[in-house]
Design a protein around this ligand. Sequence first.
Ligand code: 13P
Length: 250
Amino acid sequence: MRKPFIAANWKMNKTVPEAEAFLSEFLPEVSNVTDADIVIAPPFTALKTVGEKLKGTNVILAAQNVFYEEKGAYTGEISPSMLLDAGCSYVIIGHSERRQYFNETDEIVNKKIKTALKNGLKVILCIGESLAQRQEGKTNDVLKEQLTNGLKDVDIENIVIAYEPIWAIGTGVTATPEQAEDAHSYIRKEISSIYGNKAEALRILYGGSVTPDNVNDLMTCPDVDGALVGGASLKPDSFSKIVKFKRTGG
Ligand code: 13P
């Protein structure tokens, strides 16, 4: 019922020639895939070129970040209209690396989401707990706070949520399917308490050391609707295998 959503977050990787080389291998590999949304988020400098190459394909362009003002004297920042101009449909907002290294608070995340949506971008909102928070039994509290504050006064129609436990990002330690399902079903329950049955259509992605070897098990969880992939999205071979995870049922 919810179309799977498989997204690559390249983070601070790939020059333009490297991005082009990736696409020339990757696009033919996935050209027959029609039953999943396939998304790539390159760094800003490669957006325009990748956007051109994705035109007329089944792969969607996303950015990794956006600013919350629409234009003006904000040296180094990028506006929603610049991302649209480059061909982006989605933008990732609130990634834990931005929260950690660039002090992005839930309030900033909320402002960014509002500006992005207002300008016609769709949003991939990242949330997730640290290892210490999990060990202290605070996972659900953290998720609830990030959801409530990040989505304050926001409609969720054009939002995808990515649950990315910080302890699983880039560590090779993936959440077990049970841990992922616990968090995802909690997120859907919280969303439904605010938005009612719109929660049923919301896609919730898992992110954190997703590989071709663990994607099938994660995707069997009823509330896991896709993946946000870092390291394993950098190679055409491994990312295309993830896109082609084993479908069950239907
Ligand atoms: P890894 O897949 O490298 O763990 O990164 C996950 C992530 O942060 C995607 O946004």
